[in-house]
Write a protein that binds this ligand. Structure first.
Ligand code: PCA
Length: 199
C-alpha cells in the first residue's frame, strides 16, 4: 500500500475554525485508491510550518504529499499550479510579519506543482464538485509550505506527486464569519476525489 502524507493547518487570523483540520481528522488512516492517508496538522508560522512538513516527509517517506489550506472567500476547490519563493502577507500565529523576503535565498523563483491538477479538476467537476486550477497560492503559509515540500524533493531528486489544494470555508466557519461555504461533508468527499486521481 502506498502512503499519502495529507496535511492541513490550524486556525489562523480571523478564522476561528480551519476546515482543513477537520478533513485531516476525517481522512486519517483511510484508504483512498492505492493510498493510505497519514494526516497531520501544521502550525501557521513562517519559522515552523515548512520545517514541520519537511520533517514529516523525512519521517514517513511518503509516496505522495498533498497539503490543504483554507482560502476564505473562494467558492470552489482550487488545486494550486505554482509556489513562489516569497514570504509575504499578514502576521502569522506567532506574531511574525514577513515583507517579501525569499523562502530560500538560493532557491528557484518558483516550483510548479507535481500533482495531476488537470485530472483533479476534471474528476471533481464530473462528480459534481465545483473546482478550478488556481494560478496563485498567495505568499502566506500555504505557498510557503507548498514551496518547502517541492524544494525538498527536488533537492533530493525524488520524483513523486506533491503539491497543494486550497479549499473554501465550511458552513461552520461561515456561520462565524460570513463567506462562501461548503458542507464539511462535501469538502471531505471532494478531497477524497482529488486524492483518487493520484497515480
Ligand atoms: N490557509 C492559509 C494558511 C493556513 C491556511 O489554512 C493560506 O492560504 O496561506
Amino acid at each position: 500500500m502506498k502512503k499519502l502524507l495529507l496535511t492541513g493547518f490550524e486556525p489562523f487570523l480571523a478564522f476561528p475554525i480551519n476546515p482543513t483540520t477537520e478533513i485531516i481528522k476525517a481522512l486519517q488512516g483511510k484508504v483512498i485508491g492505492d493510498y493510505e492517508v497519514i494526516g497531520e496538522v501544521l502550525s501557521v508560522d513562517f519559522h515552523q510550518s515548512g520545517k514541520q512538513l519537511v520533517a514529516l516527509m523525512e519521517q514517513y517517506n511518503p509516496d505522495a504529499v498533498v497539503s490543504l489550506g483554507l482560502a476564505g472567500g473562494r467558492n470552489c476547490i482550487t488545486p494550486e499550479r505554482v509556489a513562489i519563493n516569497c514570504n509575504d502577507g499578514p502576521v502569522d500565529n506567532n506574531g511574525h510579519k514577513p515583507n517579501g523576503e525569499k523562502i530560500f535565498e538560493e532557491g528557484p523563483d518558483a516550483y510548479f506543482t507535481k500533482l495531476p491538477i488537470y485530472d483533479m479538476v476534471e474528476k471533481l467537476q464530473k462528480e459534481g464538485y465545483p473546482a478550478k486550477i488556481s494560478n496563485t497560492a498567495g505568499a502566506y503559509l500555504c505557498n510557503n509550505v507548498m514551496y518547502h515540500g517541492l524544494h525538498y524533493w527536488k533537492e533530493k531528486n525524488i520524483d513523486r506527486p506533491a503539491g497543494f489544494i486550497h479549499i473554501p470555508a465550511s458552513h461552520e466557519l461561515a456561520v462565524e464569519k460570513p463567506m462562501p461555504s461548503w458542507s464539511q461533508r462535501d469538502l471531505e468527499a471532494a478531497i477524497s476525489v482529488a486524492i483518487g486521481c493520484l497515480a
